[in-house]
Design a protein around this ligand. Structure first.
Ligand code: MN
Length: 254
């Protein structure tokens, strides 16, 4: 099996290294990641400038490709032929923070996996629900092991066309996990605030600030599963059509 490993935190991120090392247990690994952090940059296709690709190595000596494009650009470049050997699965992560609810379209981790699905290759996104304000090094051991177990399952069972698995892992030791739960997207509660400041010349500039998002703790959701100590697996589809709204609109006279 040939696994493409990518992320949105950049090629030097520890979560990428942990994921690449664990995926080597399943087969051949090619690492292709952005050369910088693209967190919360969403689904990108760079069309207004050339993309450069360079070879590098991870901290353990693993060879890797890096590009100045977004995570989804990296996946597109690889699948469009920059990597010549056929890729069987794309695994994106391990993101140091959860990607749940409405996060998924902001997320570079998830949209990299979505790019794989657009190109007809199974895509997995793996994120770690690390505690807020966690200082120091994060432990990616559990999330890496979960990623391997899920990737093994996906390759054994296959995924339906057009579906991405969005996997979120609680920040627990593996033997402390309650299990795996198939979930739907929960409701994220963003606490964004407009932070207006002045530059040294007195001109205004802005940050989207405020506190970290929280969510509604509801059973059956990604947020609820994490709160209860379960690995959350949410199958996502790129077809975002609101079918209920469609039925209503069909009765409108324009
Ligand atoms: Mn990230």
């Amino acid at each position: 099996m040939h696994i493409l490993v990518t992320n949105d935190d950049g090629v030097t991120a520890p979560g990428l290294l942990a994921l690449a090392q664990e995926m080597k247990k399943l087969g051949q690994v090619t690492v292709f990641a952005p050369d910088r952090n693209w967190s919360a940059s969403g689904h990108v296709k760079t069309m207004d400038r050339p993309l450069r690709v360079r070879e590098t190595i991870l901290a353990d000596g693993t060879p890797a490709f890096m590009s100045d494009g977004a995570p989804s650009d990296c996946v597109a470049l690889a699948l469009l032929g920059l990597i010549e050997e056929k890729i069987d699965i794309v695994v994106s992560g391990i993101n140091p923070n959860a990607n749940i609810g409405h996060d998924v379209t902001y997320s570079g981790t998830v949209t990299a996996a979505m790019e794989a699905v657009i190109d007809g290759v199974p895509g997995l996104a793996i994120s770690l629900d690390s505690p807020e304000n966690h200082g120091g090094k994060l432990d990616y051991t559990t999330a890496a092991s979960v990623a391997r177990r899920v990737a093994e399952k996906v390759t054994a069972e296959g995924l339906p066309q057009g579906v991405v698995w969005n996997v979120n892992v609680p920040y627990l030791k593996e033997n402390e996990l309650k299990g795996f739960m198939v979930t739907r997207q929960g409701l994220r509660l963003y606490r964004d605030e407009l932070d207006r400041r002045l530059d040294p010349r007195g001109r205004p500039y802005y940050w989207i600030g405020g506190q970290a998002p929280t969510g509604v703790d509801e059973p059956g959701t990604d947020f609820g599963a994490l709160r209860a100590g379960y690995v959350s697996i949410t199958p996502l589809q790129l077809d975002l059509t609101a079918r209920e709204a469609m039925r209503r609109l069909e009765n409108w006279k324009f």
